[in-house]
Design a protein around this ligand. Structure first.
Ligand SMILES: [Zn+2]
Length: 207
């Protein structure tokens, strides 16, 4: 076995950084060497910022990240309660908020159905969504999931669960490339996908 050239402290940090999305071994190495040159107080702040992540909460209503029991969007009385936009992750909320075009409320599922990754309905906040639809009776539910295979499966599943819902169910307009995540789309594309959202075809609920 080759003797490691670098001290364990550096190697450990590199290993941690490599676990982050988009960071390969070379970037991790560059980051660690850049950090080595930073003053001690900056490193301490960096470390305490990391530890502070443990205190991050999710909103008890919508699942968005929050500093209190409820997120800033749920606490905002000026938001329109008649529209509920269902998304996969908090990053999708940020992407839609960035457009400034949407004034309704959100529900963050926490992912999509994925049998391969053992993510079923119980791993997502689907029961909470159904409860909210019952309690808040929105007029419209936008299923703003990403156009991936899992996203499609989840949309069909939700449509089926919501077949008794008397309001409108819409989906984002096409325009987002298949497989592209909402978080990576530009503001204009997202704004247009929301503005041109279309109603989904539904089977009438059995009487
Ligand atoms: Zn919230």
């Amino acid at each position: 076995m080759a003797i490691p050239l670098l001290p364990a402290s550096l190697r450990n940090l590199m290993r941690d950084l490599e676990r982050l999305p988009g960071v390969g071994p070379k970037s991790a190495q560059r980051m660690v060497f850049a950090l080595l040159r930073r003053p001690a107080e900056e490193l301490e702040r960096f470390a305490s910022d990391l530890l502070a992540l443990r205190a991050a909460k999710t909103c008890r209503t919508c699942g968005m990240l929050a500093e209190q029991e409820q997120c800033t969007i749920c606490r905002d009385q000026t938001r329109v309660s008649a529209i509920l936009c269902v998304v996969e992750t908090p990053l999708d909320v940020i992407a839609i908020e960035r457009t400034g075009e949407y004034r309704g409320r959100y529900h963050v599922l926490g992912g999509v159905l994925s049998p391969l990754e053992h993510i079923g309905p119980e791993q997502l906040s689907i029961p909470q969504l159904l409860q909210r639809v019952k309690d808040e009776s929105p007029q419209e539910i936008i299923l703003a999931l990403n156009p991936s295979t899992e996203g499609e499966t989840t949309v069909l599943y939700l449509q089926d669960l919501l077949k008794e819902f008397s309001g409108t169910i819409t989906r984002l307009a096409r325009g987002l490339p298949t497989g592209a995540a909402l978080e990576f789309a530009d503001d204009l594309t997202i704004a247009r996908a929301i503005a041109e959202r279309r109603e989904v075809q539904r089977q009438p609920a059995a009487a």
